[in-house]
Design a protein around this ligand. Structure first.
Ligand code: TXA
Ligand code: MG
Length: 337
């Protein structure tokens, strides 16, 4: 099967594939998703197979409107409604208690909850509407690899394994949606993302920032958090402070091979780089860096095949929390010392 590329004016053709139970990757404001009809069990099974994803890791259900959520979930409480009103469409995924049997166990991983998201991308909202069903959509990468922020990343990982890709250019944020669990008494952040904890607390008051409390031997609340993630083939090291880059450049000079460097322009301009440093700009700040993080990791894997990548760290506040969460995972917590 050759994977077709659909443009935003070919929504009907893309939707026809989804209706047949085939897989179509779709763009969102965060990363590209791997779409399948959430109400078709055999289509959903294909998603796990194409990605090589462990089957206990549940999927996000992408909807074009709140009414679709109400069809599957228990009645929405006031705080859930406030979140939807404030952040939807947008990069906030909300976990809700389901009506019994409302969605297949292949979607929920056997939980009595499901994750719902209303992406802020018109072409994909059109696709969901044209398909007439909600779409499951994990990030459209091979399991364990950095999430795709361009259609060509999806093509690289999944060509021949899926029916099509709806190509609507680069995604906006570059890190995935924030996941908040609203199925229990105390709202909890299960994955930091493009919507910050501060933004959420301004709307519904204090939330449990649970991501900080999960250690490796605990059963994580979001099953996805226990898997190795965002990892290129190269060893990634985080360079935490701008002052460390001079020493990092000396370390690169001592290496026999090319070393990848991912840093903001001010860092790149301030250092006298050795010959074997290959530079990849993260732009000007944490916002552009979040946008370019996965693309940079993929750049060094696919086009250069380097063994080592040094990547700039940022304070883990605001958007920096999501950025550092992804970077630390891709680096396996390894920091340049
Ligand atoms: O930005 C995004 O959220 C992207 C785009 C494509 O929408 N999607 C995405 O999906 O990142 P995925 O499957 O890569 O991540 C979904 C996360 C996983 O960590 C999963 O374990 C968690 O959400 N999750 C899904 N359903 C859950 C549930 N019922 N309870 C707890 N965690 C859940
Ligand atoms: Mg993912």
């Amino acid at each position: 099967m050759d994977t077709k590329i659909f443009t935003p004016d070919q929504i009907q053709a893309a939707a026809a594939e989804l209706k047949k139970g085939n897989l179509v990757s779709f763009p969102t404001e965060t990363v590209y998703g791997l779409g399948a009809d959430a109400t078709n069990v055999s289509a959903v099974k294909k998603v796990y197979k194409a990605k090589g994803r462990p089957s206990d890791n549940p999927l996000i259900v992408h909807v074009a409107d709140v009414e679709t959520v109400e069809k599957y979930a228990q009645p929405l409480d006031e705080n859930v409604k406030k979140l939807m009103k404030t952040f939807w469409p947008g990069p906030l995924t909300i976990i809700l208690k389901l009506k019994p049997g409302a969605l297949a166990k292949e979607v929920t991983g056997g939980l009595d909850t499901a994750a719902f998201r209303n992406p802020n991308k018109q072409s994909t909202l059109n696709l969901i509407q044209a398909a007439g069903v909600p779409l499951v959509g994990p990030s459209a990468n091979t399991s364990g690899k950095p999430s795709p922020t361009l259609a060509k990343h999806v093509y690289h990982d999944l060509n021949g394994k899926i029916a099509g890709i709806l190509d609507d250019g680069a995604t906006d944020f570059g890190v995935e949606s924030t996941v908040i669990d609203m199925s229990t008494d105390k709202p909890a952040i299960l994955r930091p993302g493009a919507v910050t904890v501060d933004q959420i607390e301004r709307v519904i008051g204090p939330v449990d920032d649970a991501v900080h409390h999960v250690s490796a031997d605990q059963v994580p609340k979001a099953p996805g958090m226990k898997y190795r993630h965002y990892a290129p083939d190269a060893q990634v090291q985080v360079v935490d402070h701008k002052d460390d880059w001079k020493r990092a450049a000396d370390w690169i000079k001592g290496q026999d091979e090319t070393v990848g460097v991912m840093a903001t322009d001010d860092v790149i301009d301030s250092i006298n780089w050795p010959q074997n440093a290959e530079l990849y700009s993260l732009g000007k700040d944490v916002s552009t860096a979040s946008h370019l993080l996965f693309a940079g990791l993929r750049h060094f894997d696919l086009e250069n095949g380097v063994d080592n990548i040094l990547t700039q760290g940022f304070p883990a506040t605001e958007l920096g929390e999501a950025y550092m969460n992804r970077l630390n995972k891709s680096a396996g917590q390894k920091h340049f010392e």
